[in-house]
Every structure is written in structure tokens, then in C-alpha cells.
Ligand binder design. Structure first.
Ligand SMILES: [Zn+2]
Length: 125
């Protein structure tokens, strides 16, 4: 199935060697993963962009600024709809809202817990 070499041995044999079998499966996995990799890459890019602003302790940033950096608002890891009608977007451990004026508003709880205070937290221990 990999190299077209004539097979000898068992009737159900599909590969001439271990290296041909490994090569075949690696190539199949690479093709299979290609569709996921695009989304994973964009999620990671989105996260890196948001985290950059979170580190600055900036609580708001205009959506335009994020778009210019390559942020894709369609790639999130979760969406929550509150009873108030407000939508919160999740990107791994970061959460944010988009205001009527297209401002991204970070949820301070997740930012402070997971990022901004992580160094302070380790000092306490
Ligand atoms: Zn082979």
C-alpha cells in the first residue's frame, strides 16, 4: 500500500516493512489532521492576541485593533448567553464580551486568576 513492492508472506499482508507501514500511517494522519490544524492555529493566534492585551491589564480594546492583528471572531472555544441577553465568548481560559460599540471587554475574573496573579500566587506558596 505504500511502495508498490511485491509482497511475500501472509495473504492479508499490506506492507512490505515496518517503515512502509509507519510512513503510510503518518501520511494518512497528516492529511486527516490538516482540516483541524487550520482551526487550531487560528484559535492559538486569537488567544495570543487577547493574552497580549490581558497582560497589559487593559480591560477594553476595540475590535478593529484585534482584526488588524489577525483576530478571527468566529473562532472561539465557547459561547455563553446570560439571562440578561449578554453574550460571553470563551477562548480557553479567557472570556470576553463585545459591546455595542465593538469594544472587546475582558472578563476580569478569568484574567486575574489565570494570568495576572499567577506570579503573585506562586510567591504566596
Ligand atoms: Zn514497502
Amino acid at each position: 500500500m505504500q511502495c508498490q513492492q511485491e509482497l511475500r508472506g501472509r495473504i492479508d499482508k499490506r506492507f512490505c516493512s515496518d517503515s512502509c507501514r509507519t510512513q503510510y500511517h503518518n501520511e494518512a494522519n497528516r492529511t486527516r489532521n490538516r482540516r483541524f490544524n487550520y482551526v487550531h492555529r487560528q484559535l492559538k493566534r486569537n488567544y495570543a492576541i487577547l493574552e497580549m492585551f490581558a497582560r497589559k491589564e487593559q480591560s477594553q480594546v476595540h475590535l478593529r485593533e484585534l482584526w488588524l492583528l489577525g483576530f478571527d471572531t468566529k473562532k472561539v472555544t465557547g459561547v455563553k448567553l446570560a439571562k440578561t441577553g449578554k453574550i460571553t465568548f470563551e477562548l480557553y481560559d479567557l472570556t470576553y464580551r463585545i459591546s455595542d460599540k465593538n469594544q472587546i471587554e475582558f472578563e476580569k475574573t478569568s484574567l486575574t486568576k489565570s494570568h495576572l496573579c499567577s506570579s503573585n500566587y506562586s510567591k504566596k506558596i
